[in-house]
Design a protein around this ligand. Structure first.
Ligand code: 5AD
Ligand code: SF4
Length: 476
């Protein structure tokens, strides 16, 4: 039995192997699990794996943390403000814990991995800290907590893909679902904490991915999003079930196999990397109608010098070449991006290069961030975070303004046209309206019509738009 008091100074890695020694925990019939996720889609997908592992232990999930026996917070470390949000939420759980001292509070995901046992020292209310590759140990770790001890497992793995675990779909609409196809990242972008918190890149067995896609389709799902930090470097080597010959599957081949599950199953994917996205992937997208014409291709910066400092391993010219290839091979493809304002040493001219890149690509959508130094990353070790906050803010505002104008320009292009929508459910603003996305991932809102429900494909005539939404009427 491994007991970790908050003050223990045992190396986390040393403890991991031992964690397996804990007696098999009791099945906890009827106990309630509340799980809240922050950060990227990968974290949301991981929470569904966590729920599956605990449901096997007899837990039920609840949407109200005040009635839970176990509260998990699946955390994000990507920027400082993401971590601050988690800490604020933890203090709210602390209030509940004072009311109900039996409540178990667990921290999962990237912050657990980054801070390790420091978390148990800093946040006294936390009982259990579990990194992204250790979720199979959750039953044993909870058993440790129940026997009166703090518990931690933050061992990263080179193999774990949770391939055999069938995720429990949490808060879903029953129509769209995520499928994790790989874990970790080997890229070492200098600003990014992910390689440290999620470990080495590994690809999941394609057969288990296909089984999951098929199963979702049979349950009525109509869209899957294949997830990985860098899907273009998906590579699986192994034996085909029952065959002796070794086979290799790359991302283009995986996309094709998933697309073939059914023409009525839409396939999306995220995130693509400019250095790895191949023409083979683009031709596969063009070949299948059900692979959506939408690529998230983060540029981060439009300046080759900054890209080099970021260790992105491509130049402005290379990125433009990839954009041109997308436009040539998939003419109506939507493209979105991630952009960082104010990276170390970025000059005003280099910021202008980012704006001119945005003018060139005319992104349909962009996630925009101001650079946030993360402890332990290459950039934190090598470069000063020397762009003053007000300058970062101003550059970010300029990027945001340009993106709003470009998003509006892109959406206006659909006005007057008829687009095919997968209905996802009622609109957030009014239950008299339905919503869904078109092939290019634009959100479309239209009046509900008798006989039309979530999961159906419908044609919608676009009457007008805002900078974020298309508004229209059903035409069939
Ligand atoms: N500061 C700001 N933005 C960051 N991102 C990753 N790390 C940082 C950081 N330290 C952004 C990148 C990445 C997205 C997921 O988050 O743009 O693509
Ligand atoms: Fe981070 Fe770069 Fe990997 Fe994306 S590709 S997760 S930005 S290291």
């Amino acid at each position: 039995m491994i007991n970790l008091q908050p003050t223990d100074k045992i190396h986390d890695e040393e403890r991991q192997g031992e964690a397996l020694v804990v007696d098999a925990p009791l099945v906890r019939n009827g106990r309630k699990l509340y799980i809240e996720s922050y950060g990227c889609q990968m974290n949301f997908a991981d929470s569904e794996i966590v729920a599956s592992i605990l449901l096997d232990q007899g837990f039920e999930t609840t949407g109200d943390y005040k009635e839970a026996d176990v509260v998990f917070i699946n955390t994000c470390s990507i920027r400082e403000n993401a971590e601050q949000r988690v800490r604020n939420r933890l203090s709210q759980f602390g209030v509940e814990k004072r009311r109900n001292p039996n409540l178990i509070v667990g921290v999962l995901g990237c912050m657990a991995e980054r801070l390790k046992s420091k978390f148990l020292e800093e946040e006294k209310l936390v009982d259990v800290v579990v990194g992204p590759d250790a979720y199979r140990e959750l039953p044993q770790l909870l058993a440790e907590v129940e026997s009166g001890h703090k518990a931690i497992n933050v061992l990263l793995s080179r193999e774990e893909t949770y391939a055999d675990i069938s995720p429990v779909r949490l808060n879903g609409n029953g129509i769209t679902a995520f499928i994790s196809i790989m874990r970790g990242c080997d890229n070492m972008c200098s600003f990014c904490v992910v390689p440290f918190t999620r470990g080495r890149e590994r690809s999941r067995d394609p057969f288990s991915i296909l089984v999951e896609a098929q199963d979702l389709f049979e349950k009525g799902y109509k869209e899957v999003t294949l997830l990985g930090q860098n899907v273009d470097s998906y590579k699986w080597k192994g034996n085909d079930a029952g065959e002796d010959a070794a086979i290799e599957v790359n991302f283009a081949q995986l996309l094709e196999k998933v697309a073939l599950v059914s023409p009525d199953l839409r396939v999306r994917f995220s995130t693509s990397h400019p250095k790895d996205i191949t023409d083979e992937v683009l031709y596969t997208i063009a070949k299948y109608d059900n692979i959506c014409n939408y690529i998230h291709l983060p540029v981060q910066s439009g300046s080759s010098r900054i890209l080099e400092l970021m260790n992105r391993t491509y130049t402005r010219e290379w990125y433009i070449n990839r954009i041109d290839a997308i436009r040539n091979i998939i003419p109506d493809c939507a493209i979105s991006s991630d952009i960082i304002a104010g990276f170390c040493t970025e000059t005003e001219e280099e910021h202008q290069e980012t704006l001119s890149m945005m003018d060139y690509v005319k992104y349909d959508f962009a996630f925009t961030f101001s650079y946030s130094e993360r402890p332990g990353t290459l950039a934190a070790r090598k470069f000063a975070d020397d762009i003053p906050e007000p300058v970062k803010k101003r550059r970010l505002a300029e990027i945001l303004l340009k993106q709003q104008q470009t998003s509006l320009f892109r959406l206006q292009h659909f006005v007057g046209k008829t687009v095919r929508i997968l209905v996802e459910g009622t609109s957030k603003k009014s239950d008299k309206d339905l919503c869904g996305r078109n092939d290019q991932n634009a959100m479309v809102v239209f009046p509900a019509t008798a006989g039309v429900e979530a999961g159906q494909y419908v044609n919608v005539h676009i009457d007008r738009c805002t900078s974020a939404t298309l508004l229209g009427t059903i035409v069939n």
